[in-house]
Design a protein around this ligand. Structure first.
Ligand SMILES: Cc1ncc(COP(=O)(O)O)c(C=O)c1O
Length: 361
């Protein structure tokens, strides 16, 4: 917040451009991108990152195999279609991860140029095995686009090691900055498969001219660059592995607390995100009332279910700064309180006690 308030620099000011250079380097390290990648931040939110990635790799007739495990996989498939792709969908039951064998089978049946998949499906709390999907895609000669909007900075993400060709994310989740810039990275394998981009604003060549060759393309928000640069510095100070471990620790403590309260998470163990916890709403509980109560009485905002999961889950984010013992314990206590107010019987203090034990262990 302090970085946001720093005096404004012009979009071609050498000091801002130097900060943008450092931001590119920091993003390359955050994505663990391979040598020769182009990592930078698109002006706009995560959806702008999505669209920039697609707009530079998809054109009329591009064959896309879209793994759809929820709302955001569907969005990615839709955007590919808008840019002219022939999209084949691999739909998976909401709440479950893709089995990479299905990707392999689908590609054996019919070839594709691109496989796209969401790493952390925010609508269901599911983590997809993107390394295995990428391997299946590469074996069949396709490249892979990955949505890392809810994983970057919270879950291990190894672009080079996993062979991810192109990836986009956002700033407002586990990176811990305000929304408004979308980190993206293109590996050399993706840069080699660029198409003529129909969008002027999202054209990779023009954006490279600006970010690398200092040629005016658009007037970037200096304040958002300061904030992202500061957030990336904070990530490096904490250490990426330590940050991933923190997100895992608080997720596991929440899972233990929910279990002690007789509540459950939607995805099975092994497919769960650490960053977004999809909590099943127990029978007889008014989920919207509980959310309103959490917000008005405890200043805690949780998400509702989307699409087929509307009314069935709460989506509890433990991301970036909010993946903390303070937020976790306050949430567990607050949830117990709002459930009791609705007459839903929760063993007194069991959630808090289980979370404290988990945090101690
Ligand atoms: C997995 C995923 N992809 C894409 C988006 C879109 O990002 P934004 O809302 O920043 O445009 C979101 C937003 O929550 C998301 O969770």
């Amino acid at each position: 917040m302090r970085a946001l308030g720093a005096p404004m620099l012009g979009h071609l000011d050498p000091d801002l451009l130097a900060m943008m250079d450092e931001t590119r380097e920091k993003l390359r390290r955050l994505f663990r991108a391979p040598e020769g990648s182009f990592a930078f931040a698109v002006s706009g939110t995560g959806t702008a990152g999505l669209e920039a990635t697609v707009a530079n790799l998809v054109t009329d007739g591009t064959r896309v195999l879209a793994v759809v495990t929820g709302y955001f996989g569907d969005r990615l498939a839709q955007v590919c279609q808008r840019y002219g792709a022939v999209v084949r969908r691999l739909d998976v039951e909401w709440g479950r991860a893709i089995d990479p064998a299905r990707v392999r089978e689908a590609l054996a049946r019919e070839a594709a140029d691109i496989v796209c998949v969401v790493h952390a499906e925010t609508s269901t709390g599911v983590r997809n095995p993107v390394a295995e999907v990428a391997q299946a895609a590469h074996e069949a000669g396709a490249i892979v686009i990955v949505d890392a909007v809810t994983s970057l900075g919270g879950h291990p993400f190894e672009m080079a090691q996993w062979g991810i060709d192109a990836v986009y994310s956002c700033t407002q989740k586990c990176v811990g900055a305000p929304s408004g810039l979308a980190p993206v990275a293109f590996a050399p394998s993706a840069l080699a498969r660029r198409v003529t981009c129909r969008s002027f604003y999202l054209d990779l060549g023009l954006l490279e001219d600006y970010w690398v060759r200092r040629k005016y393309h658009h007037t970037i928000s200096a304040s958002l660059v300061y904030a992202l640069h500061e957030a990336l510095t904070a990530i490096e100070e904490e250490g990426l592995e330590a940050r991933w471990a923190r997100h895992e620790r608080h997720h596991l403590a929440l899972a233990a607390a929910l279990s002690a309260m007789g509540l459950g998470l939607l995805p099975p163990e092994g497919e769960r995100l650490w960053t977004l916890n999809a909590v099943r709403v127990p029978d007889g509980v008014d989920e919207a009332l509980a959310r309103r109560d959490l917000l008005s009485r405890f200043n805690m905002e949780v998400g509702s279910g989307l699409g087929p999961l509307a009314g069935k889950i709460w989506r509890v984010g433990l991301m970036g700064h909010s993946s903390s013992p303070q937020a976790l314990l306050l949430f567990v206590g607050a949830l117990e309180s709002v459930l009791r107010r609705q007459g839903y019987d929760v063993p007194a203090g069991a959630g808090t006690s289980a979370a404290i034990d988990a945090l101690r262990g």
